[in-house]
Every structure is written in C-alpha cells, then in structure tokens.
Design a protein around this ligand. Sequence first.
Ligand code: DGJ
Length: 731
Amino acid sequence: MMGIKYYEDERIFKLDTPKSTYMIGIVDDEQFVGHIYYGKRIEDYHLGYLMRTEEAPYVPSKNNRDRTSFLDCFPMEYPAHGLGDYREDCLMVKTPEGYTACGLNYVSHQIFEGKKPLEGLPATYGKEDECSTLELVCMDQSLKLEVTLVYSIFEKLDVITRSVRVRNLNDAPITLTKVYSACLDVENKDYEMITLHGSWARERHIQKRVIGHGKQSVSSLRGESSHQDHPFMAIASPDIKENQGEIYGLSFIYSGNFMAQTELDQFNTVRAVMGIHSTDFAWVLEKEEVFTAPEVIMVYSSEGMGHMTRTYHDLFRNHLIRGKYTHKKRPILINNWEATYFDFNTDKLLDIAREASKLGIEMLVMDDGWFGSRSSDNCALGDWQVNEEKIKGGLKYLVDEVNKLGMQFGIWFEPEMISPDSDLYRAHPDWAIQIPNRTPSLCRNQYVLDLSRKEIRDYVYDMMSKVLRSANITYVKWDMNRQISDMGSFYLDKEHQGELYHRYVLGVYDLQERLIRDFPDLLLENCSGGGARFDPGMLYYSPQIWCSDDTDAVERLKIQEGTAMIYPLSSMGAHVSDCPNHTVGRVTSFETRGYVALAGTFGYELDVTRISEEDRNMIPDQVEMYHKYNDLVREGDYYRIASYSENHTHDAWQVVSKDKKEALLTYIQVLAEPNYHSRRIYLKGLDIHTFYEVEETKKVYSGEALMYAGINIERIFGDFKGKLIHLIAKA
Ligand code: DGJ
C-alpha cells in the first residue's frame, strides 16, 4: 500500500502517514514547487489554495513585475538563494565567475516503494512494504544544476524523512556553499520552539521559547553535534503537553556541524530549516558529481509531545539502529573509569572483575589508559599498542582471565585523536588537522586526526582491528574528547579546504561502518566526552551512546528526560556510580541510582572492591531488577509522567509493553516536602478496559482509574528517594 499519490489534475503530491498528511504542489508555467500543507491527516487533496497563488502578488506568469514579491512569500519547498526570496534559503552556490544565486523548478518525479540508502551517510531504512519514496527532480536551468528532493514516508509511523541530492550537469565545476536538507513553511499559530541545550555534564536540557519575528536557531560549529546544542528542534503549539497540542519534530541524522532554525516572517509564516551548517562549508562539484545532504526526520503529532517521542523511539529502534543488539538485552557492564581513572593494571582490573562476576555483572570494560605511555590525559593518543607494564601478561591474558570468570570484555578507544606527545605524532605531525604556519589550539592536550584522508583512516582502522583480533573482545567504547578547531588539511588544495568538516564526518562514518561490518558481533557504544555526540547519525552505527559523564542520579533526571524526548531508552548509556558523585559531590542512595540507570542501558562505573558493603550487597538485587525489567524498558512505549526539570521536586516516567499487559512506573522524589499527603500520579498508555495488579501491594486497579483518576504514591521521607511500581494485567 502506497501512501504517496500524485494528483495530476491539480498537480499535487499527497503523502499520508497514519495520522499526518504532507502536501506539495507544482504551480505556474515555470513549475515552482510549493509547500501546501503538513499536519493532521486529511483525505481531501484539493488544498492548493493554501499556497495563495490566487492573491497578490500572484504567480510570475500573471504578474512578473512583482516577481521578487512572489518569491518572498511563496512557500517554496526548497528555497534557493538570491533571486528574491529573502527569507532563509536552503541552497547557495558559487559559480566559477563568483555568482551565488540559484532557483529551482520542477522537472519530473518518481514514486516508488521502499527507500534508497544514502551513500556514505547514516539514514533510516525500511523494506518495500514498510515505506515509500517520492523523488522530485528540479533544475536550475541556467546553472545546469539538478536538485532532487527526496521524501520517504513510513506506512505505520507518522514519519516523513527528507534528503537532497545535488548533481552538476555543467561542464564547469560549481561550488556548493549551502545545501540544507529540509525546509518547512507553516502558518504561525503562536508556535513555540523546543530545543535541547547544555554543556559537558549537563547535556540535552529541554528549552522552550516563543517563536518571535526574526531568526532563532540552534547550531554547532564544533565539528560534532555537541554538548551545547542538539541537532533537533520542534515547533509546538503553546498548549503543548504530553497528551495534547500540536508538534512538528525535526531531527537531523548527522554528527557534525549543523543548523536548525526557525524564522517568523513578515506574513506570519514560520520557516524552519535544517541542514549542515553553511559556515566553513564549500563543496566542489565536478561535472556529473553528486552531493548528498543528510536526512532529516520529520514527525508530526496532533496528540501532544508523547506521540512524537514514541514515534521517534519506534523509528529509531526499527529503522535506524542496526546490528544484532538492536532489540537484544545488553550485558550489564562495569566500567573502570570512575573506579580507577588512569591508575590501573591487570591485577586491579581482575580484582574488580572477580568481585563483579560474583555479583552478577556480565562484562568488564577497560577504559582510557591501557595503551602506549598513557598515564594521564596528556599523551599517547594514536599509539594503540597495549602497555604491557600496566597490562602485565598482555591483553589476551587479561581478557582470558576475565572470560574465565564468566564475563565478557570490552575496551575503550579514541580513534579520531592524536596527542602531540605520541609516537604517531612524532612520525606524522601532518596527520593532525591544522593550518600551516599556525600552531593549532590544544584541547585536553590533543589534536584531531585528519580523517578526510583514507590512508589515515586505514592506519587507525588497522591499529584498532589488530587489538580487537588479539583477544576475545566483544564491546568497544568509541570516545571523542575534543571539539575541532583550526580547520585545515595539508592534503586538500585551496578550492577544497571548505570540504574538510563534512569529509571528517564522512571519515568517522566510514571507520565505524568498517568496524561493524568486520566485527558484526561487537557491541559498539559511542561516546564523546560524555554525550557530545549523542545523535541519530551515531545511532546508525551503535545501538547505545554514553549519555553524559554526569552520573549523579538527580542530574541524570534532566539529561535523560531531554534525551528520551527523542531517543529510545535502549540507546541511553546509564551507569550506577559511586558517591559522593564525582561531578557534583551529591550523595544519593544506591537504590535511587539503580532506578535511574534502569531507564537506560544499565551498568556500573565504580570500584566494586571499595564501595561500602551495604551498597555492594544491593548489586545482586539490582542485577535481578535489570533482568526482570529490561525487555519492557528496552522495547516498551515510554511516557513522561512528571518532570523534575519543570516541578523541581519529583520526576516520574513509565514504560508500557506494546500489548499493554505490563507497565513499570519509576517515581523519584528529588526533594521531600513537609506536611504532605501521598502524591497523586496519573498513569498513561494503559488499556482502559484492563485491570492491573500492582505487584508490590497486590492491589488491583482498572486502567481507566489509573489513568483518569490516578494512583496515590505513598509519601516518602527524605530526599533523593525512588520507587518502582510494577503493573501486570489481570487475565
Ligand atoms: C570521556 C568519557 O565520557 C568517559 O567516560 C571516559 O571514557 C573518558 N573520556 C576517558 O578519557
């Protein structure tokens, strides 16, 4: 069944998902491609009037004297630069003569079932019976530049993906100085913009702001998606809540520089654009060459933010994340970073593993510091040989010993980096990204490798794969601990320097693709100084990403709430760590730390031989809790129930199995309040006709009572306390 139709009589394309409709129209003799509608599903297609071509300034064939006025108000599907649309555009060029303008007109189209992969880029995927695609071919006749707008819809999800292919049909090369991936013009309804922001240790906090006149954006020029801003934005009605209000989500499947912007124009239209940031971007397209802009995922919900969230979760779990772990329970790991930092050796790691294995932990991950002369974060990145002074007996011995304990073994790499104090840098100083005759800025005392070069990628990959083949390693944590500066490559000529940021990201993708292709059983966890590269691009390669270096249970509530707004809980790297917490010094109970980590991949990040006996004794129960609930947490529907970032006292979320027969509510009381009764909490996503038994109390409630009348959570005495409520449908 094809959800995309072309209505020849009115030259209208209609894309339908279960609950949303997107419409595009071709207008005038010049074949302008206009945006008609995106919103709640509509069966009627006679909506071309929404493009307002019957009112002044009319279309150019009727009123060419006011052509710029037309271009400046027409809702162009993919606006180009410099001909009269003064709002934000998506496409800009530089011709050999130095001209920058371009304009696109419809040429042809193709509708087919399924979806093509995006060459060299991460993208959503789907079978022929799961999705269908519209490709609209447009041309700038004077530049001989062909631009194909690609739209795919998923038949069972309210998702429309977009990407763009640009092909140069001219004999002369042309430079693309801006190629965004999507534009969306919507009539303003006092919309707000929802975005995610932060810094190291406080990633992805939610921010809402009114969309006012002018431009408002989130972006990154840091060479990665970043701690600071996130490649996501939503446009939402002011009444937006979990279960009510209208929301458009735009998420960018890309891990480098990006721009996500809204602009409220003079006619009360909001134009949203998303794509690779155009600053420092200049891509030379030779004759017949094609440039592909990464994919944007649009989700529309007229039923509140929750539906958008669950749509992204389902899409990511079924059509973005790949590999054998996508729907599988992950081993409970213990990572030695917060346990030892750089101060470890074989004996220390085996002590941790011995104790951990007794408690039911399933994997030991050896973090930073096992290679070259790395005894601090000042040196040795690039020297990926095992330091046998620390790892006495060698890596294979260590891994075998860990395996003998019944545990798997994982290892940390930071493949993209090079320390000035490393053998690699001494041999190849030109391998670092830098500008000739300018000393590059250090960050964490390291430089970034020029991954635009295949020989450097080959070298890094060989080093990594040698290590991985030398022992029974089943997990890799891929870290990236600095943002990029001093953009310059010794190997690109002056015409091509502007390609470096994007070529770098393509280089990272190439490396990760090789890794998962050659080691299909490997569990890959991406990481970037905490959660600076928690983005859909990386999720295509790794089913989980380290959420943040902040492992404090209270701080994590905000981080995980923002992250879970888009990303499934199965993808959020979350560990129980020791207290006082290493980032904020807060002391929370071991139990609460467990509840919060349960909402992610779940693992430990502490020295299990040194924590209090009381805490240690709780681990087997937490392990059991993980095994009991992980299927539900990983595969279920997620509902936000209460937000600590909004109410400043408590947080609650819920996961419900797809068949609605089981649910788990996690309630965290951050700050206790005096003189309080029990707290009334309203559950979500249950079946109103089903009766549910609360496992802990054996009390039975109807689904409708739990949702509409609520349940009382007994008053808890003390700060930072939590509670799980497990509901099982009565037969
Ligand atoms: C940053 C990561 O987020 C940490 O978990 C740890 O791996 C350090 N880097 C190691 O340098």
